[in-house]
Ligand binder design. Structure first.
Ligand SMILES: [Zn+2]
Ligand SMILES: [Zn+2]
Length: 294
């Protein structure tokens, strides 16, 4: 069964709505998929509402931003209850902090002499199907930035950009567990890039955070990195997941890449969290329970 367990939507910085996502997943021939927005579960219910009769297996998910010694790590949480109060509070806090940092970036640019009017920026809104975030879209509309690549390579280099004080990865993993989910270390090849790469020592340090597994299959990984992660997880009896980190075309990644078959994964306790294809009745809590049992 073809799988993609890492996909973003308009609930964070992706371009696809819930409907576009379900249609896209079907068109690509992916049978098991997960929605994993940055610090948001906003599109889980809308996606679930579209699954009736679609024949798709679904894992509700989230990608929690975390900060450890000044470095950002993304922890995927699969099978979480998207209505869990304490988890929602943490995600809200992170979203607020991300917006504050976005605003600080803009103040920096104004101080640097960019022709930006603060009040105009504050009042600005953008269509979420454009993807990205507020300051990026605002700068594009002012003709001051070409797109995400230009933003990260040129503009952010000019700023005193600092990451917000996201929860530490251990606390985020514990919260995912508390919300009924399973914490997985996302794309270690990206997270450890400036920390010596994917090594046994680095992966070992992540074990202390309470992760249950590693996203081994990722567009950030070359074949050697993937093989290393798969071998390491197998030897440590950890789960193996994979996904495209697709953002609806915002950045240069494709849905369903790398090609992942569930036979290549070790889903373990995640298997109980998968919502099987719903044939009739739409999404209800009762149907979700039935689906889990079938
Ligand atoms: Zn990520
Ligand atoms: Zn992601």
């Amino acid at each position: 069964m073809r799988a993609d367990l890492h996909i973003h939507t308009t609930a964070s910085d992706g371009r696809w709505t819930a409907k576009q996502l379900v249609e896209g997943v079907l068109a690509e021939g992916i049978a098991l998929f997960a929605v994993t927005d940055h610090d948001s579960v906003g599109n889980i219910a809308p996606v679930m509402a579209l699954l009736d009769g679609a024949g798709l297996a679904f894992l509700p998910g989230v990608e929690v931003s975390t900060l450890q010694a000044g470095n950002v790590f993304h922890i995927l949480g699969y099978g979480i209850d998207p209505t869990h109060g304490p988890l929602l509070a943490l995600l809200n806090e992170h979203e607020t902090k991300l917006r504050e940092v976005d605003d600080e970036d803009m103040r920096d640019l104004i101080a640097l002499g960019f022709p930006i009017d603060w009040e105009d920026y504050v009042a600005y809104t953008y269509d979420r199907t454009r993807g990205g975030f507020k300051s990026l879209n605002y700068l594009i509309d002012l003709g001051l930035c070409d797109g995400p690549k230009d933003f990260f390579a040129r503009i952010r280099e000019l700023l005193h950009h600092r990451w917000p004080d996201f929860a530490p990865p251990g606390a985020a993993s514990a919260m995912i567990r508390q919300a009924g989910g399973v914490p997985i270390l996302a794309h270690p090849g990206a997270s450890f890039m400036k920390l010596g790469g994917v090594t046994g020592d680095n992966l070992h340090s992540a074990l202390a955070w309470g992760i249950a597994g590693v996203e081994c299959y990722s567009q950030y990984h070359d074949p050697e990195t993937t093989a290393f992660c798969v071998d390491w997880c197998t030897r440590h009896d950890l789960l193996i997941t994979g996904g495209s980190d697709y953002h609806g075309g915002l950045v240069n990644r494709q849905l369903g890449k790398p090609f992942v078959d569930t036979d290549q994964l070790r889903l373990g306790e995640l298997e109980d969290k998968i919502m099987a294809p719903l044939q009739r009745g739409g999404f209800t809590t009762e149907n979700a329970e039935i689906a889990k049992e079938t």
